[in-house]
Write a protein that binds this ligand. Sequence first.
Ligand code: UDP
Length: 325
Amino acid sequence: MKRVLITGAAGFLGSHLCDRFIKEGFYVIAMDNLVTGDLRNIEHLRSNPNFEFIHHDISKHIVIDGELHYILNFASPASPIDYLKIPIQTLKVGSLGTHNCLGLARAKGARILVASTSEVYGDPLVHPQNEEYWGHVNPVGLRGCYDEAKRFQEAITMAYHRHHGVETRIVRIFNTYGPRMRLNDGRVLPAFIGQALRGEDLTVFGDGSQTRSFCYVDDLVEGIYRLLMSDCVEPVNVGNPAEITIGQFAEEIIKLTGTTQKVVYKPLPQDDPKQRQPDIRKAKEVLGWEPKVSRAEGLKITYEYFKNLPEDRLYEETHHRDFKK
Ligand code: UDP
């Protein structure tokens, strides 16, 4: 039985990856420090004999007994609100945490896939963004702690590949949505759906003309699985190219939820990218992958999930458990 370590396993993407690897017949070691993750996302796996959970902060040395064949490094705060609140932990997990994962991969002879992001392109001057574009990032802006941690992560991953011969994979993830996103993480989709469910107005930042391209989580997981099993060392974009303005997106959520609330405009956060759309030619060519779930379908499933959450979760505050350094 192949053994995989998934870091950030109690988070949105990590928990869906746990499900997928259990389904594929792996033994899954799930690791999380629960600063932004939530055990409720993996509760259904806890009694599975092929699943174990380790409460650990990967910024510190990682110990895993026995064999390890794969590592998926998905530990990081990933929403602007989260990484603005815990910028140093964000920098540490992307840098020190990735270093520890790479060291573990080297020691165990495991193949490692690291979760990078479209944020490495910053506020892009090339549209759509292809993997050859080096990006337009403000290192000292408010998003710098996330963007530069992720850029460092890519650099150290390539160094471990070139210098130590570790088998590495890098996925650049574009905006992704689906069940188990934290309703209060500040990202646009849970923000809008949460507001609709609580009977609040929808907060559009700026004039709503900025664009994003949203990928349904199952499509993303499929792309990641294929990339891990491929022999592609260079970074690969995985995302859905269907681009939409945030203003239009708010209208879609209003229609979907049937809310009678309206849109209100708030100031645009610093360094908020004006446009974002993945160029997925490489993923198509190398992985034979493209997204299958339309936004209409994906949003319907996601809305059902949020609608069925217990009432008190709708009102949960954003909180970060202060994990001891
Ligand atoms: N946004 C918004 N209202 C909100 C939350 C976000 O208009 O309540 C905007 C945000 O300014 C950005 C886009 O939605 O332009 C996507 O934001 P998100 O935080 O989901 O992810 P990003 O792609 O910026 O990392």
